[in-house]
Design a protein around this ligand. Structure first.
Ligand SMILES: [Zn+2]
Length: 275
């Protein structure tokens, strides 16, 4: 027990910052059997306003390259974080326009195959004024249109979605003409995996979530640690090797583990992130 690793483990939502802590996290992930990650852009408002998205995206791409040099398979997700709205507003900018420009730039990276997804974009995860929700929804719609136009995926950060919330996202995807399987609800609740199962999900890799998701018997989810690489809180969210640890749990507890692994670590990531 614990001495073997499951091959091909993929974490669908992972963040890195420059510095030693991120390198240690990558080593810890690989030592536990992790072999691929979807690396998601992080905001850093200390970067300042000028050329903000370009600076962030270039940094994320550089971090992806160094993770690849360590031997990981890495897909890249770039985009304006939903809370960027407040950053732009504080600086006196037209927040909606700045975020839409950030989306177009992310799409350019996707069309040049330097990234595979736009994200994490969406809505703040806490209640906000109506106009911020409207701007956020416009950003989501534009990303879904771009998904249709260039075939990139979209990684969504939103408030927790119940079945009505899932229906709302699904109808936006349909309206935009996007393939719902290319739209990934990050931090999704496994209880609603059966609602509009065409939409993809990534699920925080806690033991309880993994069991619930497997019991729903859908093949529309991936697992994530949402490792944040925050020096102040090294294991904020859950530790960087949570997904490989859950892979071992699945191997030990589910007879159809090969089928489960094919879906969550191979088929869906390959389709969504063109890995
Ligand atoms: Zn994230």
């Amino acid at each position: 027990m614990g001495s073997y690793v499951v091959p091909g483990v993929f974490d669908a939502h992972f963040h890195l910052n420059p510095g030693e802590q991120g390198k240690v996290a990558v080593r810890r992930y690989m030592a536990s059997g992790g072999s691929g990650i979807n690396l998601v852009n992080l905001p850093d408002y200390s970067d300042g306003y000028s050329g903000y998205y370009e600076k962030r995206y270039e940094l994320t791409i550089k971090l992806a390259e160094s993770a690849r040099e360590s031997g990981l398979r890495v897909s890249v997700t770039l985009g304006p974080y939903p809370l960027d709205y407040f950053f732009w507003e504080k600086g006196g900018f037209n927040a909606k326009q700045m975020m839409l420009d950030g989306v177009e730039l992310a799409a350019k990276y996707c069309s040049e195959h330097r990234a595979s997804a736009i994200g994490e974009i969406g809505r703040p995860h806490f209640p906000v004024e109506q106009n911020i929700t409207e701007v956020s929804n416009e950003v989501i719609m534009r990303c879904m249109q771009l998904s249709k136009e260039i075939g990139c995926a979209v990684v969504l950060h939103t408030e927790d979605l119940d079945s009505t919330g899932i229906e709302g996202i699904y109808s936006m995807a349909v309206q935009a003409g996007a393939d719902p399987r290319k739209i990934v609800k990050h931090h999704a609740s496994p209880e609603v995996n059966h609602v509009r199962p065409e939409l993809s999900r990534s699920i925080l890799a806690t033991r309880e979530n993994v069991r619930k998701a497997i019991n729903e018997k859908t093949s529309n989810f991936m697992l994530e640690s949402d490792y944040v690489d925050d020096p102040a809180k090294p294991d904020k969210v859950i530790p960087p090797d949570s997904v490989p640890k859950r892979a071992i749990m699945i191997k030990e507890q589910y007879q159809n583990n090969e089928e489960i692994f094919a879906s969550i670590f191979h088929d869906l990531p390959e389709f969504v992130f063109s890995l």
